[in-house]
Design a protein around this ligand. Structure first.
Ligand SMILES: [Zn+2]
Length: 300
């Protein structure tokens, strides 16, 4: 009965010809499906197969008492995604204003709903934090005189005489009369240039120390991955890493170089990292702090 209603709904709305939506199509139209479900139902939703995980897009009503006065309406739902996998426990994430539940295959939908309900208070707090971060990101802007971290030290953005952006005299020197977005783009250019020089130099130093040799070293603009290592032995580092202090940059360089010996995060891998950086866990923690700070800055 429920599914029949679903099929009709999707046929009528022109979203899809079938009730069950699979693969890329499901992923592409996820938000439309979500919106329809949130408006019309509060039960198990559509089964979207994606890679090896089964994803369910779902929605449950949240208690009116949890909402602020202006939001009190019986039609308000708490939307969340469920990603099923071989994992053993249920966990909850709030990322960019979206709630995601990761759950084992065997746990029923009603158990997951109950779990989510029990965490409504926490979810609401996280959603508020997420909204705050989003506002912060939207308001992020740079101007002459602002300071930016370079290898852990704050350096000013100055108005240079040159038409070319460069790192001069310990400052981010950018051309005059630029708009805030242009200043940001100029600073990213400087960071990229510096990253090419500084990170490659660190790679050379630690590679010979550790007895490894990477095939290629590249700098990219990755937001959430500080570094990566491919099976072919190519290393990539994000220019954003240059905002961290030297000891943290060294840790990431050593981490990726260690992958040339162990392409995993096994005990053996961590032993290799610790041999070169004994306090690697502390440095990793500081990297997470930088990640948190950068979550409130829009560098794109
Ligand atoms: Zn790794």
């Amino acid at each position: 009965m429920f599914y029949t209603a679903f099929y009709e709904l999707f046929l009528n709305s022109g979203i899809c010809k079938f009730g069950q939506i699979r693969g890329k199509f499901g992923a592409k139209h996820a938000w439309q499906i979500r919106a329809v479900i949130a408006r019309r139902f509060c039960a198990e939703a559509i089964h979207v197969k994606q890679n090896s995980c089964a994803r369910y897009l779902t929605s449950i009503p949240i208690p009116a008492m949890m909402l602020s006065e202006s939001n009190r309406s019986p039609e308000v739902y708490l939307d969340y995604n469920i990603t099923r996998s071989k994992r053993r426990t249920i966990s909850l994430f709030v990322l960019d204003g979206k709630v995601e539940v990761r759950a084992p295959y065997r746990v029923s939908k009603s158990e997951i709903d109950k779990f989510v309900h029990s965490k409504t208070d926490w979810i609401k707090k996280q959603l508020d934090k997420s909204a705050e971060l989003l506002t912060k990101r939207e308001n992020f802007s740079l101007t002459y005189g602002d300071e930016l971290p370079y290898r852990g030290v704050l350096r000013p953005i100055i108005c240079g005489n040159d038409r070319r952006a460069s790192f001069a005299g310990g400052c981010f020197s950018v051309p005059p009369d630029l708009t805030p977005p242009q200043i940001k783009a100029a600073c990213v250019k400087i960071y990229r240039q510096l990253a090419k020089e500084d990170i490659c130099e660190k790679v050379r130093y630690f590679a010979s120390w550790m007895g490894v040799s990477p095939a290629v070293v590249k700098i990219n603009g990755a937001k959430s991955r500080w570094g990566s290592c491919s099976a072919q032995g190519n290393l990539n580092f994000s220019w954003r890493l240059l905002m961290a202090d030297d000891s943290v940059i060294d840790y990431v360089v050593v981490h990726e170089l260690a992958h040339l010996k162990e392409l995993n995060h096994s005990v053996q891998f961590w032993a290799i990292v610790e041999r070169t950086i004994p306090d690697c866990r502390e440095r990793k923690r500081r990297l997470r702090e930088l990640q948190k700070k950068l979550a409130g800055e829009d560098w794109d």
